[in-house]
Design a protein around this ligand. Structure first.
Ligand code: HEM
Length: 124
């Protein structure tokens, strides 16, 4: 798998979803989901695009195990967090369930970032 390319592709999909949600909020004048919109755009589009470009510019970061760990933890963690946040804020998931699911997704994202940081310190 080409990590850089996959980050850029998934990032652009998150951007489309984030923008559609932003347009929907603006149209409805209901900003309840603003934090979901912000996190789709920032965790999904901005960070993934940044990672995609960074792995392209510094290919020495892309081929090792840390890059793979980072990729999967970020992809899975961000996806679970964004869906969880959406369900919580639309009232489709009970806060008690969100309290169990969201921290797990946050830990996944955090350890992904840790792998990224170690990789950068070692090889950038
Ligand atoms: C056509 C594109 C976009 C539209 C229509 C849009 C629309 C909106 C709307 C309606 C809000 C709520 C404003 C309010 O609470 O008064 C908002 C908030 C926000 N948007 Fe966007 N947005 C767009 C793109 C983006 C992008 C690309 C990013 C980041 C990369 C972004 C990041 C944010 C952030 C951080 C907030 C504040 C969230 C909060 O207060 O909880 N937006 N946007």
């Amino acid at each position: 798998m080409n990590i850089s390319r996959t980050y850029l592709l998934t990032g652009s999909l998150y951007l489309l979803v984030g923008i559609i949600l932003g347009m929907y909020m603006g149209g409805k004048q209901d900003f309840t989901l603003a934090p979901v919109h912000a996190h789709i755009n920032l965790l999904g589009f901005t960070l993934m695009t940044l990672f995609g470009v960074a792995y392209r510019v510094m290919p020495q970061l892309a081929g090792n195990t840390l890059a793979k760990v980072h990729f999967w933890l970020h992809q899975i963690g961000a996806f679970v967090m964004l869906i969880g946040l959406f369900l919580l804020m639309t009232g489709s998931m009970a806060p008690e369930s969100a309290e169990k699911i969201l921290p797990v997704s946050e830990i996944l994202v955090f350890f992904g970032m840790l792998a990224w940081a170690i990789n950068v310190f070692r090889s950038a």
